[in-house]
Design a protein around this ligand. Structure first.
Ligand SMILES: Nc1nc2c(ncn2[C@@H]2O[C@H](COP(=O)(O)OP(=O)(O)OP(=O)(O)O)[C@@H](O)[C@H]2O)c(=O)[nH]1
Ligand SMILES: [Mg+2]
Ligand SMILES: [Zn+2]
Length: 376
């Protein structure tokens, strides 16, 4: 985990913890959360920290825990503020939905501190340490960057072993994005209770242990039996994490087991399609009782990484690094080139054909996109 300099204290509130005592939740942040006063007539222009008896517009710094349309919920210490975005922020180069995303640290001006919830205006989104984003289809056609979350320590990919069946290529792509955006990748395999012990389970272990060998944390879990949930709680504590995966894999159910007071809505997987019904409809960040924050997110089917040069993609496959040393060409893309160490490793069974296939497919997607609009 990356080191960050300062600490800020956020407290869980009653609603989120359902009376399980007082919870001082420490999250890492580069910024303290001061309440500073600005001059009444020119909010936003006064120097932070300026003192003026007539001043009324207090400012706070907080973390976005939910972002929908024009509104965001911002957590400042133990209070959740409802905030709008200052108009000028919507005009920048970023698409409106990526201006302030879950996990963003923001500076807000108080509009009404006595409101229920208190209200404010987001004046500034502070620079991000990192983010996880993918390409998403735009309603009006084409594709656009969708930032799923900012300032996170790890992305926790949740798959179910059955109902719905796991998608290996989703994991391959998500882990590439994690490498690209410098976020730790964790893999949770849920519903292990649905896989009979014996050859079926052994086959799954063979597939998924490979990711463990690559250095990713792999957790076998069941929200039904509780298996693996303690291990999950341990890796989530004191970190800021994003749970991500297809609809119906059990993200919300797992969180409810890990922190019962959350009472997240969960739903049935439809029998016909074996797919979930998108019970969770937005990404939301919750303080964890023992420290840290976890974001539950709506199910997504695919994950298209972006913003990388085709030649850089090979660097995001940890298993290609050592065999890649023996490629004849320094810029070998492990595709059509002769005397390729990576392809040799595939032939010798050291790298699964599937992994190499996932790499080639991603490469082709990025090249196609680059040909259309430039690599971004
Ligand atoms: N057998 C079994 N069923 C589970 C397990 N975990 C979750 N489920 C069931 O899977 C279904 C879907 O769970 P959710 O938690 O709503 O799934 P989700 O990933 O949050 O789905 P979205 O919010 O739509 O993205 C529910 O009916 C759960 O009861 C598990 O470990 N074993
Ligand atoms: Mg859910
Ligand atoms: Zn090669």
């Amino acid at each position: 985990m990356r080191k960050r300099e300062k600490y800020v204290t956020l407290e869980s509130d009653e609603k989120l913890t359902h009376g399980h005592g007082i919870n001082k939740t420490q999250i890492r942040s580069n910024h303290a959360i001061p309440a500073v006063r600005l001059h009444k007539r020119s909010p936003g222009r006064c120097a932070i920290g300026a003192r003026d008896e007539k001043a009324v517009a207090a400012q706070h710094e907080g973390i976005v825990i939910r972002s929908t349309g024009g509104h965001s919920l911002v957590r400042v210490n133990d209070t959740t503020w409802r905030c709008e975005l200052r108009g000028k922020l919507k005009k920048g180069p970023r698409a409106a939905q990526t201006v302030a995303v879950v996990g963003d640290r923001v500076r807000l001006t108080v509009i009404d501190a006595n409101n229920e919830p208190p209200s404010g205006v987001i004046e500034e989104v502070l620079p991000r340490d990192n983010k996880i984003s993918r390409l998403a289809a735009r309603r009006s056609g084409g594709q656009v960057e969708q930032v799923l979350m900012a300032n996170l320590d790890q992305v926790v990919a949740v798959q179910s072993l059955r109902e719905p069946a796991p998608q290996k290529s989703f994991i391959d792509r998500l882990m590439v994005a994690a490498e690209r955006f410098d976020v730790k990748g964790v893999l949770v395999l849920n519903k292990v209770d649905l896989v009979p012990a014996g050859p079926e389970l052994a086959a799954e272990q063979k597939v998924w242990n490979y990711f463990q060998e690559l250095g990713y944390t792999v957790i076998w879990a069941s929200a039904e039996t509780g298996e693996g949930t303690e291990e999950m709680r341990n890796i989530l504590t004191d970190r800021i994490s994003l749970l991500i995966g297809a609809s119906g894999v059990g993200k919300s159910t797992l969180l409810n087991v890990i922190q019962p007071g959350l009472r997240l809505r969960v739903n049935e997987v439809t029998e016909k399609t074996g797919l979930g019904k998108h019970t969770t409809t937005r990404t939301e960040l919750f303080p964890l009782r023992d420290g840290g924050f976890i974001a539950d997110s709506p199910g997504i089917r695919g994950f298209d990484p972006w913003d990388m040069e085709p030649l850089a993609v090979r660097d995001y496959f940890p298993d290609f690094q050592e065999p890649g040393q023996s490629c004849h060409y320094r810029t070998c893309m492990h595709r059509d080139e002769p005397r390729c160490g990576v392809k040799d490793a595939v032939v010798r069974g050291r790298i699964p054909v599937r992994r190499h296939g996932a790499y080639l497919a991603l490469l082709a997607d990025l090249e196609e996109r680059k040909a259309e609009v430039g690599y971004r």
